[in-house]
Design a protein around this ligand. Structure first.
Ligand SMILES: Cc1cc2nc3c(=O)[nH]c(=O)nc-3n(C[C@H](O)[C@H](O)[C@H](O)COP(=O)(O)OP(=O)(O)OC[C@H]3O[C@@H](n4cnc5c(N)ncnc54)[C@H](O)[C@@H]3O)c2cc1C
Length: 466
């Protein structure tokens, strides 16, 4: 390619990597960029761009990003509703960990009508918006990278599993929770500084949570149990140390049993096969209405799996020199606020706007590179927000499994219990559960806050000073 002013390599073609490439594409299409183009190369380890998982929760801020990238028109064209700007009904929370019928304790009103966007649709639209300056290279698994400090441009060499290499000016690790980019960055820092503490940021950590997923055909449940509550509204079936989410999605109900199991032995694996029987066994002794749902889980073995959820410790930074991390590579979190994908989208959009800006230039003999400062600017704006989202997701997991300090079994702030950690035999009172419900409601309040434009405005002021 001619007239290239900056080469950006993105490792990982997931939600984050593709949103970044699409943002740069939108802002630097050749005809709009007299200063030269930004060349983007995406490297994906799989043989094709694909995703697992059903939906991504699109809240207010991530919707602003997608609107900016032209999604409103694309979704309407496909007959998909766009999010409603206003309150919507979320799950009904219910106490379920007893063999007698359970009861509702919180009817969750979402502060904003999130859209559950089908992941393949999201990736397909993002890909359709890539400019001719973006190239996707599949079957390219990064194994590590090296920084070439001796040249003026301070280039980076990427090394792939097939023994090939590629050179770039900026490397963005969008390679998910087990990110090789993050591993190379933090192992490198440990070696360079002699501080072994850095290695803990390299690895993904078992979160203590297992997610057993299996679909329930809606007609099967409807035939066996006409009018069953799981057919009508999303529900969170809560109990000590575990909770179950059921989500009616037309022809089937998505079911996830989240089990808090910190001592689980097989923590190096990511997804393993499971079965309806295993899901039922986990909920033995729970209320009959939940067991009715689980008995209808699709019996085909390939459809039921257990996800061993890993997260990333809060990193001290997201950028070193000309290398940055986005999405799960930077802050893989528990899924209890449905915001991991949205955070990847927000990271990618802000970083894309910064890299597309004419101020983003590589060094020459007369002018130093602005890239390290620009990547730090991205970090300044995105690290606190994304780590706050991770903390909120973690806390929600504690709330749903009655493990949140100061509430339910631990004794609520205004309850008259003695504050014992786990009363086991003692059931929480309805008032205690309602207090927990109010806390759950408050924990989602930030998701109606906007706006990404305001954040960009602040970043742009700092960028202009460079
Ligand atoms: C059970 C569960 C439920 C969830 N539910 C939701 C939800 O409802 N809403 C939501 O917003 N989020 C949810 N999430 C989180 C969401 O899936 C992630 O936050 C999101 O996918 C992160 O996107 P990403 O692009 O950063 O990473 P990923 O989607 O993981 O993409 C990383 C890409 O990098 C590629 N890659 C990896 N290593 C290499 C390498 N060495 N070289 C080249 N390529 C590589 C991978 O193949 C992949 O394509 C959930 C997560 C889990 C586990």
């Amino acid at each position: 390619m001619e007239n290239v002013r900056l080469r950006v390599a993105i490792v990982g073609c997931g939600i984050g990597g593709l949103t970044l490439a699409t943002t740069i594409s939108k802002l630097t299409a050749e005809e709009q960029s007299p200063n030269g183009i930004v060349q983007v190369d995406l490297y994906e380890s799989k043989s094709q761009v694909s995703v697992i998982g059903a939906g991504v929760g699109i809240w207010k801020r991530s919707w602003q990003v997608l609107q900016d990238l032209g999604f409103e028109e694309e979704l309407l064209k496909r007959g998909i509703k766009v999010p409603v700007d206003g309150e919507s009904r979320g799950p009904i929370f219910r106490k379920s960990d007893q063999p007698t019928p359970g009861y509702d304790f919180h009817d969750h009103i979402m502060p904003y009508g999130p859209l559950g966007l089908h992941r393949p649709t999201l990736l397909e639209i993002l890909q359709s918006k890539l400019s001719k300056n973006c190239t996707i290279h599949t079957s390219k698994a990064l194994v590590d990278y090296t920084v070439n400090t001796e040249d003026d441009r301070s280039t980076i060499t990427l090394h792939f599993a097939d023994n090939t290499t590629a050179e770039t000016d900026v490397l963005v690790g969008a390679d998910g929770v087990y990110s090789v980019t993050r591993q190379t960055m933090f192992h490198g820092l440990a070696k360079e500084t002699g501080d072994d503490d850095y290695t803990r940021y390299a690895r993904a950590r078992f979160s203590g949570t297992l997610a057993y997923r299996g679909p329930v055909p809606s007609d099967k449940l409807g035939e066996k149990h006409p009018g069953h509550m799981a057919l009508k509204r999303m529900r969170a079936w809560c109990g000590k140390n575990q909770h179950v989410i059921t989500h009616p999605l037309g022809p089937y109900i998505g079911v996830i049993v989240y089990k808090y199991h910190p001592d689980y032995p097989h923590t190096t694996q990511t997804v393993i096969p499971s079965s309806r029987e295993e899901m039922l066994a986990l909920c033995e002794g729970w209320e009959p209405e939940l067991l009715e749902v689980l008995e209808c889980v699709d019996s085909e073995p390939s459809k039921v799996s257990c996800w061993i959820i890993h997260t990333v410790d809060p990193l001290p930074f997201y950028a070193v020199g000309n290398v940055a991390l986005i999405g799960d590579a930077a802050h893989a979190m528990l899924p209890h606020q449905a915001v991991g994908g949205g955070q990847a989208i927000e990271d990618a959009h802000l970083l894309g706007r910064l890299l597309a800006h004419p101020k983003a230039t590589i060094g020459t003999s007369s002018k130093p590179s602005t890239i390290p400062a620009i990547l730090k600017l991205y970090e300044t704006h995105r690290l606190p927000a994304s780590q706050q989202a991770a903390k909120a997701s973690y806390e929600n997991g504690l709330m749903y499994a009655f493990n949140y300090p100061g509430y339910v079994y631990g004794g609520g702030p205004s309850s008259d219990t003695s504050g014992q950690e786990d009363a086991n035999g003692r059931s929480p009172t309805l008032e205690e559960l309602k207090m927990l419900g109010r806390r759950i409601g408050e924990s989602f309040a930030w998701l109606k806050e906007c706006d990404v434009e305001e954040d960009w405005g602040k970043a742009e002021v700092e960028l202009e000073k460079m």
